[in-house]
Design a protein around this ligand. Structure first.
Ligand code: GDP
Ligand code: MG
Length: 446
């Protein structure tokens, strides 16, 4: 039986009663951008689903910048009806609340848990979740993310978008190639943040009751995708155009997110070993929506910082690398970290530091695949606690990102995409190494 809802949630659910389709928006300090997201979502619900009972819900962290006020004060549904010349059968309902923490942890995942609970209580057929820092969302996104569920019988819709070649580095270096190699599904954006989920899959998510601190934060996206795959749910992708959102620089902003995503992956890889051990190769996942040609705006990344962080990682984490990686992999990454340091020194030596040249440093695809696989095996063997494994992996991620971004610096998006695909293929080719290491480690020790 579902656990009782907290009072604020219960009140909102009682007021709305039932709904067929819901858009959920998690937020934390997004006053500057969430108004546009809420308006686009409302317009999408009203325009594309005029016969359904729609609801828009925002689960906010209690942001001090007035995020929730922006949502509440956004033009009401009749504004949308007026500008779109639509007369929906049912009035759009809105909910905005501060979500409760999960065991003292608040984060994107905790916000999504609240959104799942609302969706289940309202018995929606389709839930669409979208990020609140999106600039490029259009009303059509709601149709693209909900349509495959309502019209096509799918349970999980992952986004497919054009992102700048420097954006989405956790996706490009880990979640895409690893999801593809482990489960055999070419889902290009497993942690894109904008998803469609069926009512059945919402129930399944809540039944898992799997709210670790990482899943309650940024681990939630890969958790949703992997849980859908491992549960045997029907998965597809929707072409959304460009993803433009608040920029992040990997070296400055993405360490904690990387750790949360990786810790979640390591746990799920252990849990679902029976689902991936026998998978060889991969295949395409159906994609819906009309293809668009869009070029997202450029995103600057501090490559020097990434190279230096990799080199420093050798000093700070080198001993952990020796423990968690196979001896050959450990020796190689120690060398690569020195190379990274040398490349950074050369670039910084000029009077004004310059970005390193393409070709100044390379962390090969196969070496990176082995690093990730060695860490999977180390987690399986319980060589070190997962938190320490992922902390030691962060500088290696920085090194791999530096290499990839250097490689694609002079390339167009299509050529950059080819480099990401080539790396994904390397993960598939090296997978027997993972399987051998995993099986050699035997059943997980107690
Ligand atoms: N409720 C809540 N939402 C969060 C929190 N952190 C991030 N989010 C939301 O999660 C979404 C994705 O966050 P963002 O920082 O843009 O991550 P990225 O684009 O995946 O790198 C945005 O809608 C954020 O507002 C949090 O602590 N609480
Ligand atoms: Mg974002």
């Amino acid at each position: 039986m579902p656990s009782p809802l907290p009072p604020a949630l219960r009140d909102a659910v009682e007021r709305v009663g039932r709904a067929d389709i819901m858009v959920g928006i998690p937020s934390f300090r997004n006053a500057a951008t969430i108004g546009h997201v809420a308006r686009a979502a409302q317009a999408g619900l009203v325009q594309y689903f005029p016969d359904l009972r729609p609801v828009l819900a925002n689960a906010d962290a209690g942001s001090p910048d007035g995020t929730q006020r922006v949502v509440v004060e956004t033009e009401p549904p009749d504004y949308v009806e007026r500008i779109l010349l639509v007369r929906p059968r049912n009035r759009l309902q809105r909910i905005s609340l501060t979500y409760p923490e999960v065991d003292g942890v608040g984060g994107k995942g905790a916000a999504l848990r609240t959104l799942f609970e609302i969706a289940r209580a309202l018995q929606v057929q389709a839930l669409v979740v979208v990020d609140s820092d999106l600039r490029s969302i259009l009303p059509e996104w709601i149709e693209l993310l909900a349509g495959p569920i309502l019209k096509g019988g799918f349970d999980f819709v992952a986004p497919l978008y054009a992102r700048h070649k420097n954006d989405g580095t956790i996706t490009n270096t880990v979640t895409y190639p690893l999801t593809r190699a482990l489960y055999g599904l070419r889902i290009r954006q497993p942690i894109g943040g904008d998803f469609g989920v069926s009512g059945d899959l919402v129930d399944h998510y809540l039944q898992q009751d799997d709210w670790t601190p990482e899943v309650s934060r940024f681990g939630v996206d890969i958790w949703m995708t992997t849980t859908a795959i491992a549960g045997g749910f029907a998965v597809c992708q929707a072409r959304l155009g460009a993803k433009v959102h608040d920029p992040k620089d990997p070296g400055a902003d993405l360490g904690p997110m990387f750790s949360q995503v990786l810790a979640t992956i390591l746990r799920l890889t252990e849990r679902h070993a029976d689902r991936w051990l026998g998978v060889r190769g991969s295949h395409d996942v159906p994609a819906y929506g009309f293809e668009r040609i869009v070029e997202p705006p450029p995103l600057e990344v501090d490559l020097l910082r990434l190279l230096e962080a990799f080199q420093h990682g050798r000093l700070a984490q080198g001993e952990l690398w020796d423990r968690m990686l196979a001896p050959a992999t450990a020796a190689l990454v120690r060398e690569l970290a020195s190379d990274a340091g040398a490349a950074a020194d050369r670039a910084a030596r000029a009077d004004a530091p310059r970005p390193p040249e393409p070709g100044a440093f390379s962390f090969p695809d196969e070496a990176w695949a082995r690093v990730i696989y060695d860490v999977c095996v180390a987690a399986h063997r319980r060589t070190l606690p997962v938190e320490r494994l992922v902390a030691a992996l962060v500088p290696l991620y920085f090194g791999r990102v530096a290499s990839l971004l250097l490689e694609v610096r002079e390339l167009n998006s299509e050529q950059a995409e080819a480099a990401v695909k080539r790396q994904a293929r390397a993960f598939e080719l090296v997978k027997p190494y993972l399987v051998a290491g995993w099986e050699e480690a035997g059943a997980a020790p107690a």
